[in-house]
Ligand binder design. Structure first.
Ligand code: ZN
Length: 336
């Protein structure tokens, strides 16, 4: 039982707190209240799921919340349907398909749960809601207020990030606090980025390594939520993250810095990808995810990568130089 399931909002509470300090109150519904009711519901569902695994049909199902808090309210598109007139509906349908295909063809993983789980998305959640999240069983997208945030439903990296939280739930099930929580966020960024690069036919050299850059507007326009290349560069990201263990955040905000300290392994992934290629690194990271424990720390990620690298190198799936690259990357960020 994971006592700390993922509260996987794309924009973390710490960002809203920082904005409020600077006089920008984006009037979010309380994430804490929202999360508490969801957590209770999800824990019940997950216990139920263990007793009776949900066999899906590998279908994409898109619902319109019609600016209310209701989920699965009005089904507006299902697998095989013609496009809707609503661009957000079509975007989450298409992006869900891109994510599902990547996990299947590149990583050999069948949907979220490796058991053909349906991909359920809800768009137009609440009024001008500034976020998107995975609630343990489905995706939920706000429209954004249009002033600070926009178009969560249309960004491939948002959908890929959030659906990967689902995959993490069905693999390592990393506890969403402290270093294991930062690893949960890290994996969501790793596959968010790898899927975006794969779809755009980019590689480690041509990609911008930014996350969520298309969701920011107003005074944040031109910046991203995070950068795996330059986590700590305030000219690039709206909220800098540590990129080295020397400056790891040790406070209790953000569940012990899950969206803050993810910058450290994120930068290690970037460095590894620069050595062996993003897609090789993604395959390696996915195999490591499958053997990590739910309480894993950053050092455990390094150990797991080292272990699976041996097998993948022998199978000629990744370059022989992988271990040397990993050692250099994890030393550079201070994890080893
Ligand atoms: Zn996340």
């Amino acid at each position: 039982m994971n006592k700390y399931p993922c509260r996987c909002h794309f924009i973390p509470d710490v960002v809203f707190k920082e904005m409020k300090k600077e006089g920008i109150d984006v009037a979010q519904p309380s994430q804490t209240g929202l999360d508490k009711s969801m957590r209770t519901r999800r824990q019940g569902l997950m216990t139920f799921a263990r007793m009776m695994p949900d066999v899906g049909n590998n279908e994409r199902l898109v619902f319109d919340s019609q600016n209310t808090s209701s989920l699965r309210l009005n089904q507006v598109r299902k697998e095989g349907d013609n496009p809707s007139v609503d661009l957000d509906v079509n975007a989450v349908y298409d992006n869900g398909g891109i994510v599902r295909d990547y996990f299947k063809t590149v990583l050999g993983w069948d949907s979220i749960d490796n058991n053909s789980m349906d991909l359920v998305s809800n768009v137009h959640y609440l009024m001008k809601y500034n976020n998107a999240f995975w609630d343990g069983e489905q995706m939920i997208f706000g429209d954004g207020d249009g002033t600070n945030f926009k178009h969560f439903a249309r960004a491939l990296d948002v959908t890929a990030h959030e659906l990967t939280h689902g995959v993490v739930q069905y693999t390592a099930n990393l506890e969403y606090k402290n270093q294991s929580g930062a690893l949960n966020e890290h994996f969501a960024d790793v596959f968010g980025t790898a899927i975006k690069q794969h779809f755009l036919k980019q590689n480690e050299m041509t990609a911008n390594w930014l996350i969520g850059e298309s969701c920011l507007s107003g005074r944040f326009a031109g910046k991203a939520i995070r950068s795996m290349k330059s986590p700590n560069d305030a000219t690039v990201v709206m909220m800098p993250q540590p990129d080295n263990m020397k400056i790891i955040y040790k406070g209790t905000s953000d569940n012990g810095g899950v969206h803050i300290n993810s910058g450290i392994p994120n930068h290690a992934f970037y460095l590894a990808a620069m050595g062996i290629g993003t897609q090789n690194a993604a395959v390696l990271w996915f195999e490591a995810l499958k053997i990590l424990k739910s309480t894993a720390k950053f050092k455990d990620l390094y150990k797991a990568l080292t272990k699976v690298a041996k097998t993948l190198v022998i199978a000629k799936k990744i370059p022989a130089s992988t271990q040397v690259t990993l050692d250099a990357a994890f030393k550079k960020v201070g994890i080893i």
